[in-house]
Structures are given as structure tokens and as C-alpha cells.
Design a binder for this molecule. Structure first.
Ligand SMILES: [Zn+2]
Ligand SMILES: [Zn+2]
Length: 402
């Protein structure tokens, strides 16, 4: 087991050289698939630390990867860095990048110092908030041949502290999500002179929306349906000939999500039928629920305890949020730890300005360094201990069958 001192020296150098530039990722929030500054910054830091980096990896402009080690099992650290429109890094993905960079650099230095077999990779995973970069990367083979994948995500301090007296959770139950794009076609007409000749695509949106509102009364409390109208009429003197709505359904597991999505589609078809509009329903991204890995969660929890950080092994409740890492957790043993950062405004979860502010503080940055070290130590366990690795694989197989 590498001691804290072995890990500390590599991280100190990384922090000293790179913390200001990592802060620039927070100052320059970039949307899904457009994370150019984040991509270039993280690649440059890796290159300055002596790693050969593949920029624009796996056919994605803002993905990258760097590796270390030539034999043994392969661990992948996923670095996210995309932001949200208008509210910046309100999900704190800049911090995910910092924690995974820390983990990769720390473990590379340990492998170098010990000469132990083991391969590690840092993978830049763009577009978590919209589109699902990890789904693209899975399809492109970025996770092929890997033995485990690791990452972490920030949450507000009160989320775990108030309920559990802890500063995070090694295992989080994130729900499955399916996104659908509903495009309506009607026929334009003058709304006063000859409204009877129009087919109103705005009415189709309203009818579909109301049908979904009625459906909510018969939905399970753990399920969600929500939408954004993305193409709506801008003028009152034209009957709308075209509209579009992006819908998302969420449910703890994929099976129930499929049923909920079918019910959503019925609501939307009914709206189109009632108004005489054509409806074109397209699949957007679908994220699987997140599988827990008991072994990996236990390792991370123990390592956080070594740094005096009390985290739950697994949050017993579902978090009403989803991640494209869910699909990764079905493809190979994986951990998506949640860590807390201080937030000024109580009651705030994420996707709010208060969380954006919190994700840019030095204290949040420092917390990421500890989290990164513990991800590195958890990966080290799987690289160096056959029994722990086999237990993680057994957990993964069991969780997939549940
Ligand atoms: Zn988010
Ligand atoms: Zn997020």
C-alpha cells in the first residue's frame, strides 16, 4: 500500500503548477461538445507532466486520453468538464476534471515509484449534461479492455451532512433517463382572417403537456417527466405551423423507464391526434441507471476514512439525477463517488447559481485533491490485489442481474 507521502509529492507539484489554470476552466464554462478551453488546458497540464496525450480522441473534438503503464490490469479515470447554458459550472464538472487528473497523476507516480504492474488511463469525457459523451466513447471503444472505471461528482455539503452526518457517498443511486424530441407539423394560417384553415402546432404542444400533467397523478413518486419547449411561435399573428419539445423521463431502473416512456409517447400522440398535427418522435440520449459496486465503494470509503473523511458506503436513497456514466457501470466494474463542497445557500442541490459559485472556490478545489487521492488508492487496490479485483468483478456481475 503506497503511503500518503508517496502520493503527496506528485500532487503537490501538480497543484503548484496547475491550480491557477484549472481555475480557468471554471471561469470559462463551455457547453457539451464545445469544451475547447477545458480540453486544451487538461491536455497541456498532462503534457507538462511528461505524458503523451491523444488530443481529440475517439472521434470527439473535445475528448482526450493519456496512459501510463504497459502491463497488468487497466483502470480508467473519467474527467468531465462541460457546463450548463447561462448558469456555468452549476453541476461542478470542472471539479470532476480536477479529481480525476489528481487520481491519474498520483497513481502514475506510485506505479513509477513501485514498479508494480498496472495500467491507467485518463479519459476526457465531454458532454455529460447534454448528448452523452460517454455513450459516444463506449461506442468508439474507449473503454474496451479496461478492468474498471472511476470518477466522482460534487454535491452540496448539506445534502449528505443533514441526513447522514457524512461528507459524501462512495455509492450513489442515480436514476435512468430517456430523452425524446417531439416535433409537430401543422399548417400556418391567419389567426383572425381564416383560423379554420390552420392546423395549430402550438395546440398540439399544449394538449400533449396537459396529458402528461394528468399522467403524473398515476406515476410512481420515484419517477419524473419534464420538458423544455425548444421551438415555439414568436408571433401572435400566425397560427403555428411548427413546434418542438424536448422531453425527459426518469425512473430508477431501465425496465420501468421503458414503460414510462411508452406512456409519455401516448400522451404526445394523443395531443397530435386531437389537433390534427403530424408528430415526429425522435430518440435523443438514454442513460442507464448507475450500478453500485460494493467492493469498490468499500475501498473508497476506507481510503476516505484514512483522510478523516466520513462517507457513506452507499446512499440508501435514489438521487433524482442521471449520468452517462450509468452505461459505463453496466459495461465494466465502476465507481461514481459523491463528495460534498460547501454551498452558501441551504436547500440548493445543483443546477443553481449558488452551486456554480461553490464549484469555483479554493476549498472545493482542495476537497477534490483528497477525493482524487482516494480514487487513486481504490484503483491501486484493484491493480495490486487479485482478490479485491475478483470481488469487484463478482459484484458487477451480480448487480447487472438484479
Ligand atoms: Zn448536472
Ligand atoms: Zn453533473
Amino acid at each position: 500500500m503506497p503511503g500518503p507521502e508517496e502520493i503527496k509529492s506528485s500532487i503537490d507539484a501538480f497543484v503548484e503548477k496547475s491550480s491557477k489554470r484549472l481555475g480557468e476552466i471554471w471561469e470559462n464554462p463551455e457547453l457539451a461538445y464545445e469544451e475547447v478551453i477545458a480540453h486544451d488546458t487538461l491536455c497541456a497540464i498532462l503534457e507538462e507532466n511528461g505524458f503523451q496525450v491523444t488530443r481529440h480522441a475517439h472521434g470527439l473534438d473535445t475528448s482526450f486520453e493519456a496512459s501510463f503503464g504497459s502491463r497488468g490490469r487497466l483502470m480508467i479515470f473519467c474527467a468531465e468538464y462541460d457546463a450548463l447554458p447561462d448558469i456555468g459550472h452549476a453541476c461542478g464538472h470542472n471539479l470532476i476534471g480536477v479529481a480525476s487528473m489528481t487520481a491519474f497523476l498520483a497513481l502514475a507516480s506510485v506505479l513509477k515509484a513501485t514498479g508494480q504492474p498496472g495500467r491507467i488511463k485518463i479519459l476526457g469525457t465531454p458532454a455529460e449534461e447534454h448528448g452523452g459523451g460517454k455513450l459516444d466513447l463506449l461506442k468508439a471503444g474507449a473503454f474496451d479492455g479496461a478492468d474498471a472505471a472511476l470518477m466522482s461528482h460534487p454535491m452540496p455539503h448539506h445534502y449528505y451532512h443533514d441526513k447522514h452526518g457524512s461528507v459524501g457517498a462512495a455509492g450513489a443511486r442515480l436514476v435512468a433517463k430517456h430523452s425524446k424530441l417531439a416535433e409537430y407539423k401543422g399548417r400556418t394560417a391567419h389567426p383572425a382572417a381564416n383560423p379554420w384553415d390552420g392546423v395549430n402546432a402550438l395546440d398540439a404542444v399544449v394538449a400533449g403537456y396537459n396529458n402528461v400533467s394528468l399522467m403524473r397523478q398515476q406515476m410512481h413518486p420515484a419517477q419524473r417527466v419534464h420538458c423544455a419547449i425548444i421551438d415555439a411561435p414568436k408571433r401572435t399573428n400566425i397560427i403555428a405551423g411548427q413546434t418542438a419539445v424536448s422531453w425527459q423521463c426518469r425512473s430508477p431502473k431501465m425496465d420501468d423507464l421503458r414503460k414510462l416512456t411508452e406512456r409519455l409517447c401516448s400522451c404526445l400522440h394523443a395531443g397530435a391526434l386531437a389537433t390534427g398535427c403530424q408528430l415526429d418522435l425522435k430518440d435523443e440520449s438514454a442513460y442507464s441507471d448507475l450500478l453500485l459496486n460494493d467492493t469498490l465503494c468499500g475501498l473508497y470509503q476506507d481510503h476516505m476514512a484514512r483522510y478523516s473523511q466520513n462517507v457513506l458506503k452507499a446512499d440508501p436513497e435514489y438521487i433524482q439525477a442521471s449520468t452517462d456514466f450509468g452505461d459505463v457501470s453496466y459495461a465494466l466494474p465502476a465507481i461514481h463517488a459523491m463528495f460534498c463542497i460547501p454551498v452558501k445557500e441551504k436547500g440548493v442541490v445543483t443546477h443553481h447559481w449558488s452551486f456554480t459559485e461553490a464549484a469555483g472556490t479554493d476549498v472545493a478545489f482542495q476537497i477534490c485533491l483528497t477525493v482524487g487521492k482516494c480514487l487513486a488508492l481504490s484503483a491501486w487496490d484493484l491493480l495490486s490485489d487479485d482478490r479485491k479485483y475478483e470481488a469487484a468483478v463478482a459484484d458487477w456481475k451480480n448487480a447487472r442481474c438484479e
